[in-house]
Ligand binder design. Structure first.
Ligand code: BDR
Ligand code: CA
Length: 325
């Protein structure tokens, strides 16, 4: 059993990451921490609570994270994020409400995301816990600053960055890193065990329009919601990349899948630094200062068994959705 903390900016593919985690028998989601990016932190957390209710898991606690980047005093959603994820994060499709008899959400916890992360790493005596960040790195970096000892103990499998591919928000930067390059720089410099699931591999895992429609065929409200949300995501993706492979990328679900089954990816050991200045701001690149004394603590995924992952993703999530209202 792998215990997961999902640090989400929910988000269409974050929704799918949560769905995949809940649909995976070897995963135990011990908490969701909210970050910002695709949406504000508050909107993301509201989405998490509504999704947990819909997916029949209102028992999973949700913690509010830091709501703005470390380099600014506030946060506004980037126009590109709003375009890809809609004004509400789920492609302008409402998350269906599940009847109250199935269990009410506990609401947002009073403990902060930072405290929850620190406490959970301290409590993890058997190295079963993996933190899966799929948005801005701000809360994770704050947890490392609050309790530097967790760098030795925590395991992180993150969606973010790009080593062999261009960025998706600038020629160099991937969206999650660009939300808070300073925080991501601290995270990579901390010596924490990190597997970077970047655009190198997430752009290889595609969900087609036909696959997206199969959720609707379950005849459930959950399935209809997912198919509509995915149709929105595929429309904007294909509009933005008319010559690309059709369908949408399964960025965030791949990070969850790799946390649960590292055999899905091949990695390259490389200490990463994040550029914070100039045109390269947000770029994830090998750190020249550590090239002669590599730590072996950061692995970058450069290959993925895309077919095996997508097949497993569809099989698990469809079976789960058939059990939903
Ligand atoms: C990442 O950015 C966000 O838009 C997605 O949810 C994903 O986490 C892809 O670059
Ligand atoms: Ca995300």
């Amino acid at each position: 059993m792998t215990k997961l903390i999902l640090d989400l900016d929910t988000g269409i593919d974050d929704t799918l990451a949560l769905l995949y985690a809940l649909a995976s028998p070897e995963a135990q989601v011990i908490g969701i921490t909210g970050t910002f990016g695709n949406v504000t932190m508050e909107q993301g957390v509201a989405n998490d609570l509504a999704l947990l209710a819909l997916f029949g898991r209102p028992d999973i606690p949700v913690f509010a994270g830091i709501d703005h980047p470390s380099w600014a005093s506030s946060f506004a959603v980037m126009p590109e994020s709003g375009r890809f994820h809609g004004r509400n994060g789920t492609g302008n499709v409402e998350i269906p409400e599940r009847s109250a008899t199935t269990g009410c959400s506990r609401g947002v916890q009073t403990r902060t995301a930072v405290d929850f992360i620190v406490d959970s790493v301290h409590a993890d005596e058997t190295d079963e816990l993996v933190i899966v960040p799929t948005g801005a790195s701000t809360s994770i970096a704050a947890a490392l600053a609050a309790a530097p000892d967790i760098a030795d103990r925590a395991r992180i499998v993150m969606m973010g960055g790009a080593l062999t591919q261009p960025g998706n928000v600038t020629p160099f930067a991937e969206a999650n890193i660009m939300q808070d390059p300073e925080a991501s720089a601290e995270l990579f410099a901390s010596g924490t065990r990190i597997t970077m699931i970047g655009l190198d591999v997430t752009t290889q895992v595609k969900l087609t329009r036909e696959q997206a429609e199969t959720y609707r065929e379950t005849g459930t409200a959950t399935g209809a919601f997912l198919s509509e949300m995915l149709a929105y995501y595929i429309d904007v993706t294909e509009e933005a990349h008319p010559t690309g492979v059709p369908g949408c990328n399964l960025h965030d679900p791949l990070a969850v899948a790799a946390a649960l089954d590292p055999s899905l990816i091949d990695t390259f050991s490389c200490d990463i630094m994040v550029e914070t200045e100039g045109a390269g701001r947000g770029r994830t690149i090998g750190d020249p200062a550590r090239v002669t004394c590599p730590s072996g603590r950061t692995q970058v995924a450069l290959a993925v068994d895309a077919e095996r992952f997508v097949e497993r993703f569809m099989e698990r999530t469809l079976a789960f959705v058939r059990r939903c209202p």
